[in-house]
Design a protein around this ligand. Structure first.
Ligand code: PLP
Length: 463
């Protein structure tokens, strides 16, 4: 029977998968009974099409990577064209056009700050965590090269996230990912998060941000000459629950780094490429970092690639007669031509399709839909937005100080409820969020909002 074919295929793929795969960020024991496993056959625009014959709206851009929709033909074509001429070449001693062109394009759009030399160098890696490792090593090594060997520490923010490798985990502060590996991690210093959700009663977002900046200043004062860099996610702590802060924090952080002779590393791996309303989140504070990490949306969500943009000052700190003073970091696939070609095609779409402008309209449309979702449930404690990111904080009494008992797994319940309705929402704990592909249309936004409301109602019915 034709109608039965998809279901048979679906079951077949699930069975084969569970026989051989070990999935990321997953307690495998929960598959498939607690946690459904959804084999996907193809994607198109904001839709993912399953072998089960059903389609799922990708409300999280497939882990925040996709920008212009799945299987975007222009990016697919750019990759195919590149693959027919040069798929990969060693990037030490050799070069290729896509790597050069992409570096030129990235530097041209990087955040600028009056009175500060623009970012002028691009170092490639092949995923976000690796990009963070590069930035941390560069900052540390730069001071070594100057003979400042006591500068061995990083300041990071509470509730921040920078990836899963040991160096990146060391500057991350999400206990679920970090705690087990703590004995292996270099000790970082953590400054309070400027997270506006944590504002004191009566405090504005800006006052909350400035209070956190004061604590950051104190931390700098307590460790004179020991710090090489401050690393942060500008404007939006994503894995930390889509927590947002006032740009005033970033301005103060920039000033404090300058005053203390310390580098500022902006981790724009998730916030970059238009996600928070501007091309890069740093722009909203009018600041430029010394090092900027990019990945996720860099290739439009097609291929793994990271780019670390550095200032000329940092670059020059490695120019010397000694090889040991050089930055010897490398990855086999550094600057892969296919990934660079995908990134160039994605940047082209920003221009040809007026993506940032269209996003402003889409983000404006998201706001009233999200407000409705919030108003429709007694369990929504906060609805917040940064451009194309919307977050819903669920709480027992709809108040910040009344979190649900974690053992209820409200977020997981919401995930399953949304999936049954054909929408991929993947909550962070009990925080639901929208981070859709930029091509999402009015009908899809409506579906996203209706499903979110239904998922919240169903998930919280147990409480
Ligand atoms: C996802 C993420 C990373 C890690 O990137 P991977 O490609 O998953 O290694 C680092 N920083 C931030 C802010 C991220 O959101």
């Amino acid at each position: 029977m034709l109608a039965d074919r998809p279901r048979a295929l679906d079951a077949r793929w699930r069975e084969r998968d569970l026989a051989v795969l070990w999935h990321p960020c997953t307690q495998m024991r929960e598959h498939p009974d607690v946690l459904p496993l959804v084999p996907i056959e193809r994607g198109e625009g904001a839709w993912l099409h399953g072998y089960d014959g059903r389609r799922y709206l990708d409300g999280v851009s497939s882990w925040w990577t996709n920008l212009h929709g799945h299987a975007e033909p222009r990016i697919a074509e750019a990759i195919a064209r590149q693959a027919r001429s040069l798929e990969q070449v060693i990037l030490a001693g050799f070069s290729h056009a896509p790597a050069v062109e992409l570096a030129e394009r990235l530097l041209a759009i990087a955040p600028r700050q009056p009175g500060r030399a623009p970012l002028s160098r691009v170092f490639y890696a092949d995923n976000g965590s690796a990009g963070v490792e590069v930035a941390l090593k560069m900052a540390f090594h730069w001071f070594r090269n100057r003979g400042e060997e006591q500068r061995t520490r990083f300041i990071a923010l509470e509730n921040g996230y920078h990836g899963e490798t040991l160096g990146a985990l060391a500057v991350g502060d999400i206990p679920l990912y970090r705690r087990v590996y703590a004995p292996l991690l270099a000790e970082a210093l953590f400054a309070p998060s400027p997270d506006a959700y944590m504002a004191l009663p009566g405090e504005s977002d800006e006052q909350c941000a400035l209070r956190a900046a004061d604590a950051l200043a104190d931390l700098f004062d307590q460790h004179p000459g020991e710090i090489c860099a401050l690393i942060l996610e500008p404007r939006l702590q994503c894995a930390g629950g889509m927590r947002m802060h006032h740009p005033a924090y970033l301005r103060r952080a920039r000033e404090l780094c300058d005053a203390n002779g310390v580098f500022l590393i902006a981790d724009e791996i998730a916030t970059g490429f238009g996600r928070t309303g501007t091309m890069f989140a740093c722009e909203q504070a009018g600041i430029a970092p010394d090092l900027m990490c990019l990945s996720k949306g860099l290739t439009g969500g097609f291929l793994p690639l990271a780019a670390v943009l550095a200032s000329e000052t940092i670059y020059e700190g490695f120019l010397d007669d000694s090889r040991e003073r050089a930055f010897l970091h490398s990855h086999s696939y550094t600057g892969n031509p296919l990934a660079c070609a995908a990134a160039l095609a994605s940047l082209g779409i920003f221009g040809s399709d007026g993506v940032l402008e269209r996003n402003r309209a889409t983000a404006a449309r998201m706001a009233p839909l999200a407000a409705q979702v919030g108003a429709g449930s007694p369990h929504v404690a906060d609805v917040r937005q940064a451009g194309m990111v919307m977050a819903f904080e669920l709480a027992r009494d709809g108040q910040r100080d009344s979190p649900f008992d974690p053992s209820l797994r409200i977020g997981l319940r919401a995930y399953r409820a949304a999936l049954e309705r054909g929408v991929l929402l993947r909550p962070l704990g009990d925080i639901l969020y929208w981070m859709p592909p930029y091509c999402i249309d009015e009908g899809q936004l409506q579906l996203l909002a209706e499903t979110t409301a239904a998922a919240i109602a169903e998930a919280t019915a147990c409480a």
